[in-house]
Design a protein around this ligand. Structure first.
Ligand SMILES: [Zn+2]
Length: 154
């Protein structure tokens, strides 16, 4: 049997050639190794974990946060040192946002009434602030408080 199908033969050949073509892609490890070599974390040596001093295993490397790559943390630290305001902004944003509008149903209704009233903007702002503060200390707007505020709307 010498007459193997030529079509099959060429197909096998094509696959072989494709595999050959693909090999350099699959074996692109030289590139990867180069990257790791450059960026390996100097604290943990690239394994992402550092030995626990108590001998209880290891913990995530604080320098690279476990990914084994050297982060430009030194640079980031320098920035925070030289620019404290840069670091202070997110910390401030994390603090509870000062309320500008009531959160309870009654408070919101009341504040809307204040807003819709004919009072000056200053008085409106003051009343809304009072509502927010009342809400904050009492947890809700009582009927008495609502009446008190509504009296001032007239
Ligand atoms: Zn590390």
């Amino acid at each position: 049997m010498t007459g193997a199908s030529p079509a099959l033969g060429s197909q096998t050949e094509r696959i072989a050639r494709l595999t050959e073509l693909c090999t350099p892609w699959v074996g692109g490890e030289a590139q990867r190794e180069y990257d790791v070599g450059v960026d390996t974390c100097r604290v943990c040596g690239g394994d992402g974990r550092i030995a626990n001093s108590f001998g209880g295993g290891s913990k995530t490397c604080p320098a690279c946060h476990g990914n084994g790559r050297r982060v430009e943390e030194a640079l980031i630290r320098d920035v925070t040192k030289t620019k404290p305001s840069h670091y202070g902004t997110p910390a401030k944003a994390a603090a509870p946002v000062k309320a500008t509008w009531p959160t309870t149903h009654d408070g919101t209704t009341l504040a809307n009434e204040v807003k819709a009233s004919a009072l000056s903007e200053d008085t409106k702002a003051r009343l809304v602030r009072e509502i927010i503060e009342y809400e904050g200390s009492h947890g809700k707007c009582t009927q008495t408080f609502s009446k008190k505020v509504r009296k001032q709307l007239r």
